[in-house]
Each structure stands twice: as structure tokens, then as C-alpha cells.
Design a protein around this ligand. Structure first.
Ligand code: ADP
Ligand code: MG
Length: 318
């Protein structure tokens, strides 16, 4: 279905982001790319829909080189979901979902029916949500719309780049469950990037672990646990450092949350060690993303979550 053959990416500044990757992703497979920050996951993903051109090698989709596809045809047939919800703020939910079907000139009735069908699939009542604006929806609901928008024109392939990592733990788990349900029903070929091993284990038919632009291991979640290729894999699978995610400490911010002072503010990419230093000083810290407060970390809550991890002795995957 999707085949990488000796694929490398060297950026103009000399960064060698992906090195001789060979991969075969099967039709209908839920394929997870995982690895530390900077290991080349996003670059690998974006080469599939040609948001990044490869430097060397070939990517094939259904036996045809991606460079031989018309670029619009390629993009419209590949859904793409990002971490930062990128719904158009001035458009209704229905209009947001209809973007690609409109580009493909579907007729109005077909589009309307498709919008309702998709909203229902993720538990959003069309009569309530169809005409709302994105700002009237919670973060979890907006991300649901992001997912169904990517599915709107029924693409064969869905690319997802850390789609749930800005969500609170509760919404995140619900979206993961939705994804499993969607996959069971629609049998898309999904390439899903995450840095959360727990998420990878839950969703992936197969997981591909990357390190410094290279593939370390591709196997089923089970084989990752029972047959790790080397110490790096063993550490990645077992380590609490990767299993504990900042999101699990965050309580989502109520609408109109007052901003706290700068010293008490962090972002989702702040290292855990730094977060802990701040928590030692302040009872609450606020988490900012894209200029908005997305949640609060409360000292007591954080301690509770972390003590749970310690009790589990590192067996924090399921
Ligand atoms: P990941 O998604 O696993 O965090 P990326 O694929 O984004 O990793 O990045 C892999 C490497 O390529 C990193 O070292 C990153 O800094 C570098 N990189 C990514 N995009 C660019 C770019 N446009 N120009 C130069 N270097 C880049
Ligand atoms: Mg990335």
C-alpha cells in the first residue's frame, strides 16, 4: 500500500532527518510511528503526502511513485490531522468538514448527508453541532471534527501527527477509542505519529520505533514487549520518562480562564523536570499553547498521578 524504499531526507541546512528508511505499510493497517523528539517521525509522515520532498529513494502508494501522482489528487486522497486543531474559525462545523468534498465538486445533498453521517460517527449530534462555530466546541470536540474533516472525502489513507497530544487525558482516551472504532468500521490505512508508548500500544497494529532518523524496530505491540531489538527499545518501552506525559497532569482550563503571571507558565513542550521545579514553588501552574491557556497543573493532582506511576513500577503500558 505505502512503501518506502531507501528513503532519505537531508534538509538544505544539512540536517539528516531520515536515513535510508525501508518500510511497508499494509492496506487497512493502523501503523504507529514513535520515537523521541527529533527522531524523524514528522518528516517521514510529511514525505507521504509530499509536504516534504524526499532527497533520496522512493515512496510508492498502490504501486505508483508519489512523484507520478498529480499533487492535488494525492493530497485530496490522503487525510491529514495535526496536533494543533486547524479548523477555520469563521466557518461552521459543517462548512469545515465539507472543505475537501467541495474541492472535489460533490453535490450539495451528498455533502450534507456525509457531514451528518460523520458527526454521528463521533457522537456529535448533527442538529446541534452542524451550524456551530469551532470556538463553541471544547478542545476534544474540535479535534473530533479535525479527524472527521480529514475523513470527509473518504481518503484511503489517513496521516495523523500527534493528533491528541494537546488534549486532556480524558478527551485523549475518548478520541483514542473513537479512532479504534473508526478503524474497525472504515478500514483506512492510518499512519499515526506519537511519542507516547501507551497510546502506540493501544492503537497500533504495528509500531515503528525511530531514533535519529533510522528505524530501530518495526513489530506488533506485543513483540515490543516480549522481543525488544536492543536496549534502546527496552528502555523506551519500559521507561516512565516516556510513559508519563505532561498531558496526564493537566486539568483543562475553563473558558475565559484568567492568565497567571509568566513565572508560573509552561508549554506542552516544557521538560517534565522543569515542570516539577515550578511545582515545588507554586501550587498551580498554567499551561499555554498558541497564546491560550489550555489547562492548569495542580501540585496535589500531579503528585497523585506520579505516585500512581511509581506504584506501577514502570509497567505503565497496558
Ligand atoms: P520528530 O517529528 O520525530 O520530532 P522531525 O521529523 O520533525 O522529528 O525532525 C527530524 C530532524 O529534522 C530534527 O533534527 C529537526 O530539527 C530536523 N528538521 C525538521 N524540519 C526541518 C527543516 N525544515 N529544516 C531543517 N531541519 C529540520
Ligand atoms: Mg514531530
Amino acid at each position: 500500500m505505502i512503501r518506502f524504499e531507501q528513503v532519505s531526507k537531508k534538509f538544505p541546512n544539512g540536517t539528516f532527518a531520515v536515513k535510508s528508511v525501508n518500510l511497508e505499510i499494509k492496506k487497512g493497517e493502523f501503523f504507529v510511528l514513535i520515537g523521541p523528539s527529533g527522531s524523524g517521525k514528522t518528516t517521514t509522515l510529511k514525505m507521504i503526502n509530499r509536504l516534504i520532498e524526499l532527497s533520496e529513494g522512493w515512496v510508492w502508494i498502490n504501486g505508483k511513485k508519489i512523484s507520478d501522482y498529480d499533487i492535488n489528487e494525492l493530497r485530496w486522497n490522503i487525510g491529514y490531522v495535526l496536533q494543533q486543531i486547524a479548523l477555520f474559525p469563521h466557518m461552521t462545523i459543517a462548512e469545515n468538514i465539507a472543505v475537501v468534498p467541495e474541492l472535489k465538486n460533490w453535490d450539495k445533498e451528498k455533502i450534507a448527508a456525509r457531514v451528518d453521517e460523520l458527526l454521528k460517527m463521533v457522537g456529535l449530534d448533527p442538529s446541534i453541532y452542524r451550524n456551530r462555530k469551532p470556538s463553541e466546541l471544547s478542545g476534544g470536540q474540535q479535534q473530533r471534527v479535525g479527524v472527521i474533516r480529514a475523513l470527509a472525502a473518504d481518503p484511503e489513507i489517513l496521516l495523523m501527527d500527534e493528533p491528541f497530544s494537546a488534549l486532556d487525558p480524558f478527551s485523549r482516551e475518548k478520541l483514542q477509542d473513537d479512532m479504534l472504532e473508526i478503524q474497525r468500521k472504515l478500514k483506512k490505512t492510518i499512519v499515526f505519529v506519537t511519542h507516547d508508548m501507551k497510546e502506540a500500544m493501544k492503537l497500533g497494529d504495528r509500531i515503528c520505533l525511530m531514533k535519529e532518523g533510522e528505524i530501530v524496530q518495526v513489530s506488533t505491540p506485543n513483540q515490543f514487549l516480549t522481543n525488544p531489538a536492543n536496549d534502546f527499545v527496552r528502555e523506551f518501552v519500559g521507561s516512565r520518562k516516556f510513559a508519563i506525559n505532561l498531558n496526564e497532569l493537566i486539568t483543562p482550563a475553563p473558558a475565559g480562564q484568567v492568565l497567571l503571571s509568566d513565572t508560573k507558565t509552561i508549554s506542552l513542550s516544557t521538560p517534565l523536570s522543569e515542570v516539577l521545579e515550578k511545582l515545588a514553588l507554586f501550587e498551580h501552574i498554567s499551561v499555554m499553547e498558541g497564546g491560550k491557556t489550555i489547562g492548569i497543573i495542580n501540585r496535589q493532582n500531579a503528585l497523585k498521578v506520579m505516585s500512581q506511576y511509581l506504584r506501577e513500577g514502570g509497567q505503565s503500558y497496558e
